[in-house]
Design a binder for this molecule. Structure first.
Ligand code: ATP
Length: 777
């Protein structure tokens, strides 16, 4: 039975004298256009497609006419809009002509009139959801012209799949600052956001950037005979097609397919470094400027979230690359101020929050005016080098809850959040400027069907809780997209912790991980759906960084300068200690090398057990502690050389021990001195104020030491990011305590040090720890 479309019906009724078939017959000219225009506007039931076709046609006619009839070349130049390659461009010019004909030739003198008219016409004709949601008049909305083939399954040439084609279009009229260039990462956007200034940026905000990463087909999936149902085109478009069953020989079953477009999509061959540089590198730069940034990985179990975030020893992931980059950038800038880097690592497991760096009782979440949602009692570690952070990560990951499921052997059963707070202090004339930026790197647990994992009670409970928090996450995404006043952050611990990143003033990046297998079609489609939805979330504008300017008097100024100098010196000394220890480690590794058998050293076979290899070499983890001191097994055995090296080691050890003692004493004195200075500055005691004007020399360190001890606790600007537990519980680099996860003897005393932490038991894979202490039923 023939189906009458709306346009056919109206053409039959004769209320559309402008049908596409009639248009070519019409004589081109002003009069004709003017005569036709009222019917176009009067007929509110015209389909958008028809209007587009008509306007295009009319534009072509008018263009020919203009070419012949225009008088002055200068006038012509001022009126012409370069024809765009896109449908939008064509639309624009068509709109211009229609308006122009009605208004007559007076408009010809106003060079910008056509643009304005086109914008008005576009807005009128845009579907309601595509119109400008922004109240800002400066934002021009470019509506999407209807595609004739839209919403129809059309074969996609690149993959032979059948998918409805969706035009690449930002879900919101995203500010220019958030447009992505694949090569340059998102730096441009972040910079532009800052450049927009208080005016536009404050009103517009910024959008969550969404990336999709496809992982390669796994061995298991290949063995199960699965086929790829996902195709990534132009590093942006994702096509997903549900393949017909093999028994459907006649192809009777309808094939479902969808098309999505993201800020960038990574095919299965994408390197970790490319994922990092495109998605996260500029967030790191933003953090150094004092802006908060969040990256989170979302996807079904086994889709590659942990691989993207942590990676392996050979291919480190976003977390590791971000930390390395951060330290590199800090080192490059250390000449003009002092930096401090603190980090914490927590997990949300079965709706309880746990400190991964200092496991103990579950932590409670509290709302803090300055910091947002914080986990009370969470340990903040001060780190001085990438290696230290790696060790802390490794240590934290060994405490993380992972269990094998049917889908993934090392499935993360918890959401893990690594937070790095960078504080940068420098002198700006007479003021001390403190900038604080926070980077949150989040590896979510996998969204899953109960059947996909396991039916055993503990796994089902875990699955239920994971799904609960991810459901809460999707409710928040929905509420934020719909602009609801109430966003249900409190429905789960995860959303409470993500509150800042989703709805706060933060540059946020979501990486959605998907599997190519047709066996995971449902999960992949679900992940892509939520990723597509998340594109529409607008976060609050990130304009200036979190900056505090402290204007000091002359005497304060001198003290502040001295404090900064000492802090700089301290961090340099600490870096020296770290370098010496690295030197020692490499010498030790060299001396160990000859002890390995020639067979071992010669064979790079995956079956050979090196100190760093695991049962499953492919999964050798970046977090495997022993990998940090991997000896080089390729050195030939040579007894004389061994003895020589051993001597070297001993002398180096002695040297390091001596340096450590000296540095330790110096650092302690300086720390105390700084503490004393800060305490004095905070004190309102007039006697203290007068004494501050005295000349401060290094010789007064001893005296300051005593004063500081009498004055009590150190109050540093970093208090804003430490947990709101009693100060006595806070741990710093120099804290002493037997319950420390990394306690070792320095100068005959027990001290916590992340530089020379005890090597924890080796993890055999990325997240699989055999001796996992929290065994669950
Ligand atoms: N891009 C990739 N390249 C190579 N291997 C990958 C990639 N992504 C994932 N894998 C491999 O796929 C397997 C599952 O990945 P991963 O553990 O990261 O999944 P997940 O999403 O974190 O799962 P879960 O939510 O269960 O923890 C791992 O063996 C990992 O090495």
């Amino acid at each position: 039975m023939p189906v009458a479309t709306r346009s056919q019906a109206s053409a039959t009724r004769g209320d559309r004298p402008w049908s596409s078939s009639a248009a070519p017959r019409a004589a081109p000219g002003h009069d004709g256009g003017a005569a036709r225009r009222p019917s176009l506007l009067a007929n509110a039931h015209h389909g958008l497609k028809d209007k587009l076709r008509e306007l295009n046609l009319f534009y072509e006619q008018h263009k020919q006419q203009l070419a012949s009839s225009q008088s002055g070349a200068a006038l012509r130049r001022s009126r012409s809009i370069p024809p765009s390659r896109t449908g939008e461009g064509r639309y624009e010019n068509g709109g211009r002509n229609a308006e122009e004909e009605e208004e007559g030739t007076n408009r010809h003198r106003d060079a910008f009139a056509p643009v304005r008219e086109a914008a008005v016409l576009r807005e009128n004709m845009a579907p309601p959801e595509a119109r400008a949601p922004s109240k800002n008049d400066n934002v021009v909305v470019f509506s999407r012209p209807a595609e004739p083939q839209e919403k129809e399954n059309v074969p996609h040439a690149a993959n032979g799949m059948s998918c409805p084609v969706k035009k690449a279009m930002p879900a919101l009229p995203a500010p220019a600052s958030r447009k992505l260039s694949l090569g340059g990462g998102i730096g441009g956007k972040l910079k532009a956001v800052a450049e927009i200034g208080a005016g536009n940026a404050e009103t517009m905000g910024s959008r969550i950037l969404v990336f999709v990463r496809l992982r390669p087909m796994s061995r298991k999936e290949k063995e199960a005979g699965s086929k790829s149902c996902v195709k990534i085109v132009n590093k942006k478009d994702v096509y997903i097609t549900e393949l017909t069953s093999e028994n459907d020989y006649l192809g009777l079953k309808r094939v479902r397919g969808r098309h999505f477009c993201f800020d960038a999509s990574f095919p299965d061959s994408t390197m970790q470094s490319e994922v990092y540089s495109t998605s996260t590198a500029d967030l790191v730069e933003g953090v150094l400027q004092g802006r908060n940034g969040t990256v989170f990985c979302y996807g079904a179990t086994g889709a590659g979230k942990t691989y993207t975030m942590l990676g392996t020893m050979e291919n480190p992931g976003v977390m590791v690359l971000a930390i390395k980059d951060l330290f590199l950038k800090v080192r490059q800038r250390s000449h003009d101020g002092s930096h401090s880097i603190q980090l914490s690592y927590l997990e949300v497991y079965n709706e309880t929050v746990r400190d991964l760096l200092s496991p103990g009782r579950p932590l409670l979440l509290r709302e803090d005016k300055q910091q947002g949602t914080v986990a009370a009692g969470l340990t903040q570690y001060r780190a001085y080098s990438t290696d230290e952070v790696m060790k802390l990560l490794q240590q934290g990951n060994q405490n993380r809850t992972t269990e094998p499921t049917r889908v993934n052997e090392t499935s993360s059963r918890s959401h893990a959040i690594l937070q790095v707070v960078v504080e940068y202090r420098y002198m700006d004339g007479a003021s001390v400027v403190t900038r604080v930026g926070k980077l949150s790197l989040i590896d979510l647990a996998g969204s899953e069907r109960a059947l996909a994992t396991d039916q055993r009670s503990q796994r089902s409970l875990e699955g239920a809780n994971i799904n609960r928090s991810l459901l809460a996450l999707s409710s928040c995404i929905n509420a934020l997209v719909e602009g609801k006043k109430h966003v249900p952050y409190r429905n789960s611990k995860l959303t409470q912790l993500l509150k800042d990143s989703l709805g706060g003033s933060c540059n946020t990046v979501m990486i959605a991980n998907i599997s190519p297998s047709n066996l995971s079609f449902g999960e992949t489609q679900n992940t892509l759906h939520w990723a597509d939805r998340a594109k529409e979330i607008k976060t609050k504008a990130v304009t200036a960084g979190n900056e505090e300017i402290f204007r000091a008097s002359d005497s304060d100024n001198e003290q502040a300068k001295l404090v900064l100098e000492l802090q700089k010196e301290n961090s340099e000394l600490r870096q020296q200690v770290v370098k010496q220890q690295q030197k020692l480690l490499s010498v030790q590794a060299q001396s160990l090398a000859p002890n390995t058998t020639p067979q071992q050293s010669a064979a790079p076979s995956p079956h050979v057990t090196t100190p760093c290899s695991t049962q499953r070499r492919a999964k050798r983890s970046i977090l495997d502690g022993s990998c940090f001191s991997t000896p080089n097994p390729k050195r030939p055995a040579d007894n004389a050389q061994v003895r020589d090296l051993q001597r070297k080691v001993k002398s180096l050890e002695a040297e390091i021990e001596k340096m450590k003692k000296e540095h330790y004493l110096q650092l302690k004195q300086k720390d105390e001195f700084i503490r004393g200075l800060i305490n004095r500055k905070n004190s309102n005691d007039p006697e203290e104020a007068t004494s501050e004007r005295r000349m401060i020399t290094r010789a007064s360190i001893r005296k300051a030491h005593k004063d500081a001890a009498a004055a009590g606790e150190l109050k540093s600007p970093s208090h804003r990011f430490t947990s709101p537990t009693p100060t006595a519980k806070k741990r710093t680099f120099w804290d002493f305590g037997g319950d420390s996860p990394s306690v070792l003897a320095v100068n005959g005393r027990k001290t916590r040090s992340h530089v020379a932490a005890e090597t924890p038991p080796r993890a055999p894979s990325m997240l699989l720890q055999p001796g996992f202490s929290r065994q669950r039923a």
